[in-house]
Each structure stands twice: as structure tokens, then as C-alpha cells.
Design a protein around this ligand. Structure first.
Ligand code: GTP
Ligand code: MG
Length: 434
């Protein structure tokens, strides 16, 4: 099991130096390329005592940084009595080993920090399983290094998560545990699929977006969810679903989900598929953006990339430009909005723009479902039960051996019935009026 009992490290906080290499194709608009890493490291409970950045045309294969910079980094680490050097770039196991030997302190990369935060924030059984899987997949090719760690250092970042006992097991046992976790998660996912599908009649809306964009705050503002809101990265790791009552009548099911980040470790994306089931089955995604961030566009791109990895990129999506109250000025918001046609400006914290958001959601959902008249054989029980599950049935008109079902249903269901050769006629307002 993962040790998540510890939120705050005991005693003196571990001291970290941040390090990164900026390569020519790096296109970040951020003033400080290490700013996000700084936030991650702080969220993980470390104290940042220094940083070092190198611009290079290409990386040094052995140590990532050039030899001169490695020496500089070593002096920096010594001067600040650092316990750990955190790299913004992904290091392969050999690079980590080489750097540790040169620097004589523990070296970890951004992925390890993210995994560590996930391990500390996991609350539910499912989240624990997912994090454990991601950690083991990350650790697998690095078992040897972690072994060295165990003898050289006791505990600390990079070693939280799969307990020390687990790391003492050999590769085969880790492999065995990985398949066990995968099959447990597959079962959870199958159960969730059924659960979410059984709520078919109520429209489903999912909040997705970069970590810290304000998804949970928006969830709280729209429903009485009372979910945890924190100025920390990855505050939310599991999905909460609440009923959102629309002012104009009716309601939808709104889900809050785990936040994304650029270069999210692939194993984490994969293992969080079960948690993202709500998003997968949503009729509409609300992509929440921190519109006050100077790198809002980059974050939008990163989220789109993760959505694509999850095969959610062709889902109907509405962009929510949140934290408008903190935006540098109106023109910044105008530019963002001009770039993204389907977007709504809000401030979840100040309760601004929520009515506009509701109207936009209502419109988007209305487009997603259609009024239809569907005629089937009375003997066709399969189609009738499909409609009972997926459609809001308004009327059934019987003839000798057929039934005409007047209903409202998701457009994709209507299309799928048509594909199966069922007689579907769209838009029959005359009957509805009666
Ligand atoms: N100024 C301002 N702050 C906001 C707004 N919405 C959220 N925040 C703050 O932003 C921080 C993150 O908010 P959360 O709602 O936890 O963000 P999240 O997207 O759920 O983050 P994760 O769960 O970590 O992915 C908190 O400190 C909120 O108070 C807003 O509209 N304006
Ligand atoms: Mg959240």
C-alpha cells in the first residue's frame, strides 16, 4: 500500500534546488521557465533554496546539463545545504545516476514530484490504486537506482509512495503487482461505466482543465458541493458529481475532475482513466482556464493534448475563461476570447458570469439532443429498451403491430439508431404542442 499518511514532512523541510535546461524549441511565454516547477515542489512540501537554468542547443546525453553547469550546481547545492536537486526536464535512469554521483545529493525529476503530490493527495481507494500503478510503472526501469537510494538516504521525496518494503521486492513481484492493479482498475472502470451510463437521462457536464484553474471553485459556486478548494496543484484527485439546478428549470449532473498539467506523465494519464470516466461519458465538457495566467494559451494547449490522449478531444467543449477578476486587464481577456469562439468569461470566486455560463451550457446541451419520432415493430424489444434507457419519452402511439415513440434523445443515439436501420424522424413539434 502507499504511505499517504504524511502530508507535511517531519522535522526540517527538505531543501531543494531547481534545475532546468531550456532548449531552442522551447516556446514558453512564461517569464520564469521554472515557475511551475517551483509551485509543484512547494506543493510537495519542499523548500526551494535556489535554482539554476541553462540554455543549450542540445542536452548533454550523460548529465543533461553541460559539465561546467554541473559543477556550478554542485557548488550551489553545497552552499545552500540542499537535500535534493529537482530537474524540470525528464531524466532517464542513467542521467539521474550520473548526476547523483557528480552532485552527491538526491536527484529527482518533475515526474517524480508530480507522482509524489498525487501520492500525498490521494484520498479514495481508487485514487490510491491509480497512483500506486503510476508509481510502479515509473519505478520499474529505475528499481536499481531506488535500491541505491534506500541504502544511501532514508525516506524523503521520491521515496514516498510504494513503501520501502515494496521496493525491496524484485522486478518480477513489481510486475505482478502492476498487473494486479491494472485488473483491479479495469473492474472499477467497468463498474463506473455502468454507473455513469445508468444516469443516461440527465445531461452530464464535466469540468476539466489545468490544475489550479478553479474547477472545484466553480463546482462549489454552481452546486452546493463543498469540495476542497486550495491554492495548491492537484488539490482534487477524484471525481465528485453533484446536481446542478438550472435557474430556467431542469438540472444537469456536474462532475469535478483531476487537473491536468503539461507533459503529464503518461502512466498517470493512463491510470486515471477510471477517474475520468465521467468526462468520457459527459455530454459537454467545461474546459476551465485560469485566464489571469500569462501562460493561459499554453495551458489550454496542454489540456487539449491530454484530452487527445484520452480520446476526448472531439467531445463538445465550452471554454470557461475563469479568474477574470484577476486578469491583468480587459484587453487580455478580449484577446483570449477572440482566439476561442466558444468561450465564456467567469470568476468562480466572485460569482461573476455564472448566469452567462448557465445559458451557454443550456444552449450547448440543447444542440446535443433532438426531438424525434421513432417507429419500431412492437416485437423489437431491443430498440424499445434502448429508448427507455436513453430517451426522455413523451408519448407512445400504437398501431396494430408497431409503436411510434415520441421522445427527446441525445443526437448521437438518434444517429446510432439510424445506423442500425431504425426509422428515426427528427423534429416533430406539432405533436409536442398537443
Ligand atoms: N481570483 C480568483 N481566484 C480563483 C477563482 N477561482 C478559483 N480561484 C482560486 O484558485 C485556486 C485554485 O482553485 P481550485 O478550485 O482548487 O482549482 P482546481 O482547478 O480545482 O485545482 P486542482 O483540483 O488542483 O486541479 C484557489 O486558491 C481558488 O480560491 C477566481 O475566479 N478568481
Ligand atoms: Mg480541484
Amino acid at each position: 500500500m502507499i504511505d499517504t499518511s504524511r502530508n507535511e514532512p517531519l522535522g526540517r523541510r527538505e531543501q531543494a534546488i531547481l534545475a532546468g535546461v531550456v532548449l531552442p524549441h522551447h516556446d514558453s511565454q512564461a517569464d520564469d521557465p521554472l515557475e511551475e516547477l517551483r509551485g509543484l515542489v512547494k506543493t510537495a512540501g519542499l523548500k526551494v533554496v535556489g535554482s539554476l537554468l541553462q540554455k543549450r542547443r542540445q542536452i548533454d546525453v550523460a548529465t543533461y546539463l553541460g559539465a561546467g553547469k554541473v559543477t556550478e550546481l554542485k557548488e550551489l547545492a553545497q552552499a545552500h545545504e540542499a537535500d535534493v536537486v529537482v530537474f524540470d526536464n525528464d531524466l532517464d535512469p542513467a542521467q539521474t545516476r550520473n548526476l547523483e554521483r557528480e552532485l552527491n545529493v538526491k536527484v529527482i525529476d518533475r515526474t517524480e514530484v508530480i507522482l509524489d503530490i498525487f501520492a500525498t493527495h490521494a484520498r479514495t481507494h481508487e485514487a490510491h490504486l491509480q497512483v500506486e500503478l503510476a508509481q510502479l510503472e515509473y519505478a520499474m526501469p529505475r528499481l536499481k537506482r531506488m535500491w541505491t537510494h534506500l541504502s544511501r538516504y532514508k525516506g524523503g521525496i521520491g521515496l514516498r509512495g510504494p513503501g520501502e518494503k515494496q521496493l525491496e521486492e524484485d522486478r518480477r513481484l513489481v510486475g505482478h503487482r502492476i498487473s494486479e492493479l491494472k485488473s483491479k482498475l479495469a473492474k472499477i472502470q467497468a463498474r463506473k461505466e455502468r454507473e455513469v451510463a445508468s444516469r443516461a437521462l440527465v445531461p452530464k457536464v464535466s469540468l476539466v482543465g489545468y490544475t489550479n484553474a478553479g474547477k472545484s471553485t466553480l463546482m462549489n459556486a454552481l452546486t452546493d458541493a463543498d469540495v476542497l478548494v486550495e491554492d495548491k496543484l492537484f488539490a482534487t484527485l477524484d471525481t465528485r458529481t453533484r446536481r446542478w439546478k438550472l435557474k430556467g428549470g431542469g438540472h444537469v449532473l456536474l462532475s469535478d475532475t483531476v487537473g491536468f498539467i503539461r507533459d503529464l506523465p503518461h502512466s498517470l494519464v493512463a491510470s486515471f482513466k477510471a477517474t475520468l470516466e465521467e468526462a468520457r461519458q459527459a455530454d459537454l465538457l467545461l474546459h476551465v482556464v485560469d485566464a489571469s495566467s500569462p501562460i493561459a494559451e499554453e495551458q489550454i494547449r496542454a489540456v487539449k493534448q491530454v484530452l487527445a490522449e484520452l480520446e476526448l478531444d472531439d467531445h463538445p467543449t465550452l471554454l470557461v475563461l475563469n479568474k477574470a477578476d484577476r486578469a491583468p486587464d480587459q484587453s487580455y481577456l478580449d484577446v483570449l476570447r477572440a482566439h476561442h469562439a466558444d468561450s465564456v468569461i467567469t470568476s468562480a470566486a466572485k460569482g461573476m458570469g455564472l448566469d452567462r455560463l448557465e445559458a451557454a451550457v443550456r444552449d450547448a446541451l440543447a444542440e446535443r439532443s433532438v426531438e424525434a419520432e421513432i417507429e419500431v415493430d412492437l416485437a423489437d424489444g431491443r430498440t424499445q429498451s434502448y429508448l427507455a434507457r436513453h430517451a426522455e419519452i413523451r408519448d407512445r402511439i400504437y398501431t396494430a403491430d408497431r409503436v411510434r415513440i415520441v421522445c427527446r434523445l441525445p443526437r448521437r443515439c438518434a444517429d446510432s439508431l439510424r445506423d442500425h436501420g431504425i426509422d428515426v424522424q427528427l423534429g416533430v413539434p406539432a405533436l409536442r404542442a398537443s
